[in-house]
Structures are given as C-alpha cells and as structure tokens.
Design a protein around this ligand. Sequence first.
Ligand code: ATP
Length: 353
Amino acid sequence: MSYLSISGVTKQFGETVVVDNFNLDIEKGEFVSFLGPSGCGKTTTLRMVAGFETPTSGKILLDGADITDKAPNQRNVGMIFQSYALFPNMTVAQNIGFGLRVRREPDAVVKQRVEEMISLINLEKHANKYPYQLSGGQQQRVSLARALAIHPQVLLLDEPLSALDAKIRISLRAEIRAIQKKLGITAIFVTHDQEEALSISDRIVVMNAGLMEQVGTPFEIYNFPTTVFVANFVGSLNNAPAEVIEPSRGLISIDGVQFESAVDLNQRRKGDKVRVAIRPERLSFASEQKKANVVDAIIENITFLGSVVRIQVKIGNTKFNMDTFNNPFLELPKIGSTEQVTCSREAVLVLDE
Ligand code: ATP
C-alpha cells in the first residue's frame, strides 16, 4: 500500500469545482510536484493534504490512517510557504524550535533538534538573528528547518522558491532536494515553473483547470506528453494542426508537408485531424537526404540565447523553432536561405486535436 493516498478527492467552493476527482498514490520518500498554471487547483489540493481545506468528497490516507477530516495540528505534516511565514519576533533558533515547544517537548530535546536543523541548513552563524536580518534564501531555509524539526511524515512545499531571484532559486532547489533525499522524507512540491518541476521531482502531476492531465517521471512528461496541454506547458514546443495520411506508415501532413511519425496511428483513420508536436531540439539541419522527414525550410530568424541558438524556420506554411547548441565554430545559415531540416520519426508526436 502506498504511503500517502489521495483518492477520489474533489473540492468545490460554492458551485465551482476547483479540484475534480484527484487520485494519486505517493510512495514513502518520493518527491512529487504538482505543476500547472495559476488557478488550476494545485494549492487547494496541497491544502487538503495539510488539513487547511476539507475535501467535498474523497479520502486522504497517510500511512494507512484516514486523515481526511483531521485538523492540521492533528496530522503530522510540515508545510512551507512562498512567503516564508516566519515569526518576526523570534530568532532563527526560536522559529525552528517553535513546533517542538508547542508539542511540549523537553528543553533538552528542543535544543538538540534545533542544533541539528541549523547545521542541516548551514546557518550556524545566524542562529540568534531575527528574520529581518536574513536574506530571502536564508529565511526560506529557516522555514524548511522549522517544518522538518517536528519530524513530519510529509513535507508540503507551496511555491517555496517563487519569491527568490533566479540564482538563489536554482541553488535552493538543489539544497531542498538533497535534504529531502538525505532524510528520506515524502514531499509534495507545488509550482507553476516547469523547469523547477522537471529538475527536482521523482514524479510530476500536471494539472489543468482542476483536473489531472498526466502523471509521470520528468522524463516521461517531457518526452512523451499525452495531451496538447502537457506538451505545451512543459517545455517549449512546436505544434501544428495536421491530418492523418496513412495510419499504417505513421504518415501525417502538416499543411501539405508530409512527416512520418513513430507513434502508432492504427487507431486513427485517413483524414483524421490531429495535432503534431515536435520539440525544437529535435529538429536539425539535414546532412544527408535519405532519412525520413527531410524537408525544405526557409530560415526566418536566428536568436542567440547563450548555450542555445534558436533558429526560426518556415516549413510549408508553418513556423517552427529549431534549437541547436552554441559553439564558437557554429556555421549559421543566412536569413532567407532555404535549407534542409530533419527530425527522427520518434520526434514527431501525434496528439488529439
Ligand atoms: P496559484 O498558482 O495561482 O496559487 P493554484 O493552481 O494553486 O494557483 P488554487 O489556489 O488551488 O490554484 O485555486 C484554484 C481555484 O480555486 C481558483 O480559481 C481560486 O480562485 C479558487 N479558490 C481557492 N480558494 C478559494 C476559496 N477559499 N474560496 C473560493 N474559491 C477559492
């Protein structure tokens, strides 16, 4: 049996369904992200696990115990918020020890645990400072330590990195992941940032308008999106309406230009309208003509993005982005020239329109 089980959970506010039949089993020690655009219901789902909201229907089980209707302080979960939510009148050490003192743990136990947590987040020099004397990243590490101090069964993180600048966000997410792995704690992380979810998670739940769109490892979600929404939301993507030409050969046409796909199209019929998706990094200049999917492309624009060079091309009437890694000897084509571009059959994803 899974460690945390969310089954058939629905949440309505008045007439509005904001989470619709959410089902997820999380294993002990797993790091799961809820990823989706603003308003898709990810925070509400997290708050139901924390006990700040009660499901309209459905059940939440933690280590076999039904916690659906338990108050937050009766379930053993730690939560950290985007806004840090530290007590401004308490020092770092007092903030971290707060939950243990509420539980009336002996002073010696509190002291030892606070020391452990301070060393875990490398803030030994700051133990007696107040939150206003710390940077945003340091404050969020204190709130992580405060959440972990009570030995929670589950750690819930609600967009914990959103208020921080880009560099700190990247280093702190690695730190959070390392600490989570070290402690083997089960964690749910809410974010609307796809790169963050891809980099930190064992599994990602992509949500849209209260519904789960897809659940999978970062690799599966990125490489094998099952819906247009997931394909568009996770990573940058070329997608275009297309028509099935010959299902048995995986042949489709994007506005008259034919591509072969490795996707099994046998359930589809000639003439079916579909949507084709190709990641920019899967397109490249063709070095030989014999392969599948070699097509003419007019070079429309070239943008230097640092490690990647993004080349906008027009294939037939459809614009595509093509990404290539930068190197100092890269020979780029001229704008307006026609070049041959290719992608493998596996790169051509075929999704429902
Ligand atoms: P964000 O990233 O913006 O926080 P989210 O995916 O976490 O978005 P939720 O905060 O779960 O989304 O909100 C889902 C929907 O539920 C939104 O339309 C929101 O307005 C609505 N909602 C959330 N809390 C309440 C409430 N207490 N009463 C009424 N509606 C609510």
